[in-house]
Design a protein around this ligand. Structure first.
Ligand SMILES: Nc1ncnc2c1ncn2[C@@H]1O[C@H](COP(=O)(O)OP(=O)(O)OP(=O)(O)O)[C@@H](O)[C@H]1O
Ligand SMILES: [Mg+2]
Length: 362
């Protein structure tokens, strides 16, 4: 299934006074005919103006400006202010002097259609989705087996969803299934198996709309009926990129046993939380995990239990303790009731989630 099919494709253009994410300047019908399906595929409703002087109104507000070859000379003659993300677009063979005009306009590139159609959709997707809600991605991993990583990942997702659009990404095919942890296993929506069958660029909105979601928290998890499931590199890359562009916060549950793909996912996370039991075995496991991610610039610990001092653990592991928590009572019951680990906003898990979003780690 192509997830783009989930996004209604229209070729509507924004009215002239609506500040468009994309400004298109052209009077060339043929060019518009090529261009509008591409903006639609990127979930962008452009503001289209026919004459060069009309372009000056939205010139600096639009995130990206596409100038048709037919209006490029006139527009350059008006001397608009220099700005980022201006592109010259043409349907036919581009004449040599177009590059001089592009330079005069401060355009980055001359885009020839339909040859560069895919490239242009990607560019529009990136530029227009970026600013709105580009989320922080936090990876959660256990220092040793059963440390509480999956539980904390869910709690962090539930906490974040109170303030912003949040997504939980389940990268552990051997885990319990994050949708099940949250009582969302019956919720309709995309799971990894469907994502692995998609091709092409996944728009942030398509992913956001397609994920099973409750109370603002979307979950990308595993399909329960499938026999053997593994992470597919291309699907993970697309999903993480689209999740980051379309959510204010993204939490990734990482498996402890890992190959290069797990290392790559961890590298894509802005921060890595290693969940650790406050015990000698727990600390030894966390130290090994710290070594595995030695190159990552932001690794910290979520310490479970009070048997060891946070400062001692930080020194032993070589990473700061971002939060330390007592065991959460009634956890199994809350999960059995389908409420997820964060049943209430008080209690050790809620405080830990809050620490991790608001507190120490920059
Ligand atoms: N904060 C907590 N307070 C009390 N019990 C917890 C807490 N976190 C996890 N547990 C319990 O510990 C067990 C393991 O939790 P969880 O599955 O979250 O760990 P994990 O690190 O993801 O394990 P795995 O190595 O299998 O991925 C569960 O039974 C869970 O109820
Ligand atoms: Mg787990």
């Amino acid at each position: 299934m192509d997830t783009r099919a989930l996004t209604p494709v229209s070729t509507r253009t924004a009215p002239p006074d609506e500040p468009g994410a994309a400004l298109v300047v052209t009077g060339d019908e043929l060019l518009l005919h090529e261009l509008l399906p591409l903006t639609a595929a990127a979930d962008v409703t452009p503001q289209v103006v026919d004459r060069a002087e009309q372009a000056l109104v939205g010139w600096s507000r639009a995130r990206v400006v596409l100038v048709g070859l037919d209006r490029a000379g006139e527009l350059a003659a008006l001397g608009p202010d220099y700005r980022e993300h201006v592109y010259l677009v043409a349907t036919a063979h581009v004449p040599d002097d177009a590059f001089r005009t592009a330079l005069a306009l401060g355009a980055r590139q001359v885009v020839e259609l339909p040859v560069s159609a895919g490239w242009l959709v990607d560019l529009l997707t990136d530029l227009t989705e970026q600013g709105a809600d580009r989320g922080q991605v936090v990876g959660v991993i256990g220092g040793s087996g059963g440390a509480g990583a999956t539980t904390l990942a869910c709690a962090m997702g539930q906490w974040a969803a109170r303030r912003t659009t949040a997504a939980l990404v389940d990268c552990d095919p051997q885990g319990p299934g994050l949708d099940r942890m949250l009582g969302m296993e019956r919720c309709e929506g995309f799971r990894w198996d469907a994502l692995c069958r998609t091709t092409g660029r996944l728009s942030a909105r398509a992913l956001r709309d397609a994920l099973p979601r409750r109370d603002g928290l979307g979950v990308l998890s595993w399909y329960v009926g499938a026999e053997q499931q593994t992470l597919q590199a291309f699907a993970v890359r697309e999903a993480l990129s689209a999740a980051r562009r379309g959510h204010g916060a993204v939490v990734v549950d990482l498996p402890r046993s890992g190959d290069r793909l797990v290392a790559e996912i961890a590298a894509r996370c802005d921060r890595l939380v290693v969940v650790t039991q406050a015990s000698l075995v727990g600390v030894a496991g966390a130290a090994r995990m710290r070594g595995r991610f030695a190159d990552h610039p932001a690794v910290g610990l979520a310490l479970r239990g009070n048997d060891l001092e946070g400062g001692d653990v930080a020194r032993a592991v070589g990473a700061p303790v971002w939060t330390q928590m007592r065991d959460q009572r009634g956890l199994d019951e809350a999960v059995d009731l389908g409420l997820g680990p964060l049943r209430s906003l008080r209690g050790p898990l809620a405080r830990a989630a809050q620490d991790l979003w608001d507190g120490g780690p920059a």
